[in-house]
Design a protein around this ligand. Structure first.
Ligand SMILES: Cc1ncc(COP(=O)(O)O)c(C=O)c1O
Length: 481
């Protein structure tokens, strides 16, 4: 039997369940036996929800079925070592950044990164230098980083200990990551990539090239986002001559639960198997299905299906539709929800749909969804949209205060209209897609305040900014620039 068709964790768990075990161990539901409410929903899954019993290995000291499953994953990605993670890309980002830098280290960071990257920088007490992404005026979203931005940052900060990038962005957009990796490696700077949304790129064309294949030092992927894995299931791939594997392992152990979920790990086994067996026919089938779906959406006058910039392209599994009618992005999302069509995110202009990585002859109700969307939107008149964009690009920017000073300074709330020139004491992140508009320790400029007001008016949701609804922002006490 081909090694990749083995499912070591799944097979071990099924073998265990089929022996009708009597549980005198945690978890307390005892294979679901004393789980009374809504038992039918949980029944099969709870049989797999076990703990580190004989034959079932231990994620933190893998030497049995978990090691075997991770080795199969390592083979698929052809790296030095791949890990399963049960706390999402969040824990992968925390671990890879803590492994790569220590207190006071300068690190170059893509500004439109996930909050876990910022949390990691804070924990490491690093000195982040933020790199502004390019802005796409048609999509009205931030893309990736230009090679020239990285060149500039490296010439200003040649001592940088790492560069931390997000690839692809939430909308599936990619950029010249290869150029950046080559440039960084010329200066012996390791490249850490948050590829949370690109675990499937490894199957190859028509998907963009995976950061793993381009030679990134560490790559973190949320298997649960685009592969058939359970929520929180994620991968970390290590392939570096510049960093130490032991440090990554050390932090994975610190940050992850000492009771890792077996259903999640088993689903990662399934996801790896799915990837390893994803073939050329599957890719053709998927490409055709998605094209058919897009053709149906294109015939709806109230929306525009956005195309990725050429020739770089983007992720096939992401379809972004932009409102061409009286609805804004959030309202458009609500209209789809009224048809029980639940999408990944909305922003002021767009709604993002994440499609499944279908294999040949797998069914998914794409046509039905397109027909429902068409019918639902028919009543809305189309309108010309010409919303202006305030460019608040910082190019390469640093924080106005370091993390150590921030940790001892008190803060206070002030009205937004008095905030220009103050130092922000909280992170303001419109969510999704989780890109911070204002960072803790950053100077509040007029440009930032303008964008903040626009987002508030368009009904965006925020993480952080608890007093934003009352028009107030948290700033550091007694510091004004
Ligand atoms: C770019 C990016 N990185 C990391 C994460 C965190 O991933 P997880 O939910 O797997 O912890 C997300 C989640 O949305 C994300 O969008």
């Amino acid at each position: 039997m081909d090694a990749q068709s083995r499912l070591p964790i799944v097979q071990a768990l099924m073998g265990h369940a089929e022996a009708n075990p009597i549980s005198f161990h945690v978890p307390g539901h005892k294979y679901g036996q004393i789980f009374t409410s809504h038992k039918e929903y949980f029944k099969q899954l709870l049989k797999l929800d076990v703990t580190e019993l004989s034959g079932l290995d231990d994620l933190h000291a893998a030497e049995g079925v978990i090691l075997e499953a991770e080795t199969l994953l390592t083979e698929v990605f052809q790296v030095q070592k791949s890990y399963f993670m049960i706390n999402g890309s969040t824990v992968g980002n925390l671990s890879m950044i803590m492994a790569a830098c220590t207190e006071g280290d300068t690190v170059l960071v893509q500004r439109n990164c996930h909050k876990s990257v910022l949390h990691a920088l804070r924990l490491a007490k690093a000195n982040p230098i933020f790199l502004e992404p390019e802005y796409n005026p048609e999509w009205k979203v931030a893309e990736g980083i230009g090679v020239s931005t990285v060149n500039r940052a490296i010439s200003l900060y040649p001592e940088a200990k790492a560069i931390i990038l997000t690839y692809p962005n939430y909308y599936g957009m990619v950029y010249d990551l290869q150029g950046i990796i080559d440039e960084a490696h010329d200066f012996h700077i390791p490249v850490l990539v948050d590829e949370a949304h690109g675990a499937h790129f490894i199957v190859g064309s028509p998907f963009p090239t995976s950061a793993v294949k381009m030679g990134a030092d560490i790559v973190v992927q949320s298997a649960h986002k685009t592969l058939p894995a359970m929520t929180m299931g994620a991968f970390l791939h290590f392939n570096s001559k510049l960093l130490f594997l032991d440090r990554v392992k050390y932090y994975l152990e610190i940050f992850q639960s000492s009771s890792p979920s077996y259903p999640i790990m088993a689903s990662l086994d399934v996801a790896r198997f799915y990837l390893a067996t994803y073939n050329y026919q599957d890719r053709l089938f998927l490409q055709e299905k998605i094209q058919q779906f897009k053709n149906l959406l294109v015939s709806i006058p109230q929306i525009k299906v956005l195309d990725y910039p050429e020739p770089i392209g983007g992720d096939l599994l992401k379809v972004t539709i932009q409102s061409c009618c009286s609805l804004n992005g959030y309202e458009l999302q609500k209209q789809l929800e009224a048809e029980a069509i639940y999408t990944e995110l909305a922003d002021p202009e767009n709604v993002l749909l994440v499609l499944p990585l279908l294999k040949t002859d797998q069914e998914f109700p794409l046509e039905t969804a397109a027909a429902k969307i068409k019918l639902r939107l028919a009543a809305f008149p189309t309108v010309e949209k010409n919303q202006e964009y305030t460019n608040i690009s910082n190019g390469v920017s640093s924080l106005a205060l370091d993390y150590k000073t921030m940790s001892i300074l008190p803060s206070r709330e002030i009205h937004i209209k008095e905030a220009a020139g103050e130092i922000c004491a909280e992170q303001i992140t419109p969510y999704p897609p989780g890109i911070p508009l204002l960072l803790e320790g950053e100077l509040i400029t007029e440009g930032k305040l303008h964008q903040l007001r626009n987002l508030l008016v368009s009904g965006a949701k925020f993480q952080g900014g608890t007093a934003l609804k009352q028009g107030r922002l948290k700033v550091f006490y007694n510091i004004r620039m």
